[in-house]
Write a protein of this length. Sequence first.
Lengths: 438, 740
Amino acid sequence: MTTLPRLKPEDKCFPNLDGSGDWGIKGYQKRGGYKGLKELLKTPQMQHIEKLKASSLRGRGGAGFPTGMKWSFMPQPKLDEKGKLIPLAKPSYLVCNADEGEPGTCKDRDILRYDPHTLVEGMIVGCYTLNAKVGYIYVRGEYYDESSHLQQAINEAYEAGFLGKNILGTGVDVDIHVHLGAGAYICGEETALLESLEGKKGQPRLKPPFPAGFGLYGCPTTINNVETIAQVPPILKNPTEWFTRWGRPGNSGTKIFSISGSVNKPGNVEAPMSIPLRELIDEYCGGVIGGWDNLQAIIPGGSSTPMLNPEQASRVLMDFDALKAEGTGLGTAAIVVMDKSVDVLRVMTRIAGFYHHESCGQCTPCREGVGWVHRLMERLSQGDGTIDELDQLFALTKKIEGRTICAFADGAMWPTQGTLKHFRHLFEERIKAKQSAA
Amino acid sequence: MTNKRPPVTKTAKADTSKQAPTAPVPAASTPTQAPAPLPAAPEGFFNVFVDGELLHVKKGSTVMQACTQAQKEIPHFCYHERLSIAGNCRMCLVEIEGMPKPIASCHWPIAEGMKIKTDSPLTINARKGTMELLLINHPLDCPICDQGGECTLQDLSVGYGSDRSAFHEFKRAVDDKDIGSKIKTVMTRCIHCTRCIRFATEIAGVEEMGATFRGENMQVGTYVEQAIQSELSGNMIDLCPVGALTSKPYAYTARPWELVRTNSVDILDAVGTPITVDNRHGQVLRTQPQENNAINEEWMTDAARFSYDALNTNRLTAPMIRRGKELQTCSWPEAFSVTKTALENPTAAILGSMASAEDALSFKMFMDTVLTGSAYDCRPAGSHLDQFYTFNTPLVEFENVDAVLLVGCNPRLEAPLLNVRLRRAALKRRVQIGAIGADMDLTYPYQNLGNEPELLESFTRSKFADVLKNAQKPAIIVSASVMTRGDGAAILAQIEKIAKKVGVIKENWNGLNVLAATSGRITALDMQAKAGTPKSDTAAILKSFNNGKTQTLIVYGEDTILPEDIEGQGTLIYIGTHMTATAEKADVILPAAAWSEKSGLYANAEGRVQLAHAAVQPPLNAKEDWKIFRALSEDMGKTLPFNTLSQLRSLIAAKHPAYKAENWNKVTPRETRVAAADVEISARPFQPVVTDYYLRLEYLRQSPTMQKCQSEVAAATLGTTGTPPTPLAPTKAKTSKKAA
Ligand SMILES: Cc1cc2nc3c(=O)[nH]c(=O)nc-3n(C[C@H](O)[C@H](O)[C@H](O)COP(=O)(O)O)c2cc1C
Ligand code: SF4
Ligand code: SF4
Ligand code: FES
């Protein structure tokens, strides 16, 4: 098997992801940071958006929506007949989603603590491109230390003149505020995040209207993941091919994968998109504990994505489209590897419990259903129940999935559906064992 | 979620061409015909198919509205047309052709060529799924639930529920909350539709309801367990689609199918809310609002909703006369003979605030015919309102009014449903509202211009005068209570002068309004139930009775006079419904009918005359008021010229055109002449108009529920900021100087 070459530091968007270098502004500038920022702030915004579209950067927060397209939904000031800029009716905002709550995911954390300036620079360029004078970074409350790195980075950027009024004499004003969440997974959902940021209870909003039209405080708003925003400056500074040479069309670039579970060397790695999953595990993580044959299942993109069985895992490429074709998703690219010593049903029950705990409770199917699913999983994974109830459980997930205000419920149902798909026999064995024991 | 846009297609043409091959129009095309491209919908409309039927639906409508237009009812819980859209119950899901999942029709915007399927298997299954999930944690305690028989969950579960449950886990139980004497909570029944929360926040303007905790543990209630401080809270009972919020006074009293319903009108303020009165076996068990966009929308005040227990409390059920120290029941002839004797002496009479036109006119005719020349008045002491005592601005017109000045007026407590409209104006349309008067909490921002009456003298030079001048439809609302200050006539004259100067009165627009305390006050003035000479007003009547010039005083339902103000040694005749403190001082009591026991016409603030039907009979020996006057007049040899209600009604119609049957329910403007003032404006600052909302009328003071509600009003709430509410006194001693 031919393996892809490892990324060299200059190929990476996050050269200090392992924390080996200086995370402060000096280290960042030594690695090339803030170089060319002034030019970026002088380039017409639409040019940036076109370039982002060409790069086919897709959102790193889970849904993989093309970032260039998302940014093009934001209002851009028009020129009047005399060629003068007509100011926008309302302010625009860029909000960075650093709520990183998806179980298995820990990539944003390493960006925040080991390379926070990548995000700060991304926010500066992003705010400029979207005509936002103010950007917010919503950091999950548990990332207290990480947020203090981020705040220090912001302070350094202000001192160096990269933030504030008239940045580097370009006339661009950007202010960034950090806001700490209070520990609710649902506040990672972009509209719940906006509610929370506005000081309300973190509950997703109905869409439409979408944030690009009616977002924070009712103003046009774009919400992006930490990694997405931080990848913008290197993409804009380099030729398009610098990014698109990695990965398959529509899935280009480099990506941070968070690998945990039964591997010899877990951690975050930045690797090319579309890398085979097996190569990622074998080459970057020292392989599955006990060897590839000891593999039982892999969650490919955070707890919301259905599991892969070893056969799928051995051939799948790690990108949005390939995983979708396997009935799962790239999600946050948080890979959880489970070897044969793992009680998968227990893991999946625990995950169902996570969603039970984290539902915001706003809409009926999710509020009432997620707890029911968890309880059924708890029971059935112990063999308490009947074979019929397995079908009932599957039917129940279908009454919840796709019927709710936000995608939380979908993400809560997929793992259970995946378990029933790949491990129904385990449930059945346990149920039968209990029944014959009785 | 990503930023995907809703599938709104740009032009009708592009879309039909795209859709035509895959989805032929079922109704319009036969299978052999090639589907013809859809003609464009009229300007401002979209072509929308509901179950195959082509409709033109206004752009900006929701899918549910399109379905309603097609007369397809979409089951729903959380959606309510007068509240913001929450989209959380997920009962209204429908399938849209070409969309991967069913959408919530209550908020999804329509688009050109959209094909909605309200009875497809996917739609029906989505509803069934939602219903199943709604019911798993529901207690299913319909047999002991007051909502039973009029419960949306019950109704819809007939269509979409299953007769058995697949749920074998423990059900959730939620603690009930004590939120006061008006609303009973059984929160285990709550389906978290947030209608109550949205009503409290959006309409009532009290952010006291909310959801705490999340997921399965989400609980709806007041954040801090306390009585909800709103004079509109009862509407949450109507809004709650299940039995989570029910009426506390009504609890366990009846099933809806046992009740007999009568149409009536709320006469406890001047808005004239149309209501229904439900009785069983002659006892009124509840009152509910009817819907009328021009008057109350669909809301009702708490005073009107919860005070019906006054109808069964402390009532006068038989005539009484004083024998020695004691009031004793007697027969009507006995009472009449004592009355007759007393009326031979110089007599004067005062009429109260709850009179119907029938009451007022028969009273007036009795005074004019039988006691010719006697003084009588229907206004509270001090008030000289004569020609102008109503609104010139119809209530609906407040949706267009673009500047408001309040003078001595607290609309939140005097007319809560008018305040709903003012709140909407202030918040939705940013209408500027200024107030001269005591500080208050109106639930929306307003400019407090001060409470010195002198402000009126220099008003035209003030900044707020410019606000009124610059407005298209400015309005001034003066509380009729201002008239009882003694200088009311001068104030009103000055306000009229201002109104003309700042464009509140101009060509094609008159925005000057007087807000009366009750419809009865307006109705009595319409009937001109006053002697009309300067020396015959309420204050003069009291004075002359107290100094013995008048030897007999008839107090007819009056409730603004303090009993201690009646000091005269003459004969006191009380005609009314309750054993009030004044009644206890009386020498003769003639028991009359309460509002629910007589058919009566009442004019509201905008001059709209409405008929309140009699729901039940007067208790025991009490009689309808007009019959008392008619019988007494006959007894005294000067029979009034009517034998029946309809004969009396034609006399009423002759007195005032608004009371002709063909003019009922219409806004009929009154003459608006403001009398010249013979007094000067005093420097005394304006006082809070209402300090005890729940007890502002004698009738309300008789209601045990209202007494409880008032005791729950904490200091510094209910718009009396800075003025602690009047401490609760026992019913009998409870009196208060109130306004007309
Ligand atoms: C329940 C739920 C939780 C989410 N949590 C996160 C999160 O923690 N971090 C994140 O970046 N995106 C999260 N998302 C995705 C966001 O809603 C949003 O799609 C994303 O921030 C957009 O950024 P992107 O376009 O850069 O991916 C979550 C979505 C859902 C439905
Ligand atoms: S799906 Fe769940 S998390 Fe999302 S809005 Fe509904 S209840 Fe809240
Ligand atoms: S109490 Fe009633 S109105 Fe309020 S959320 Fe619950 S079900 Fe809805
Ligand atoms: S009515 Fe549409 S979601 Fe409740």
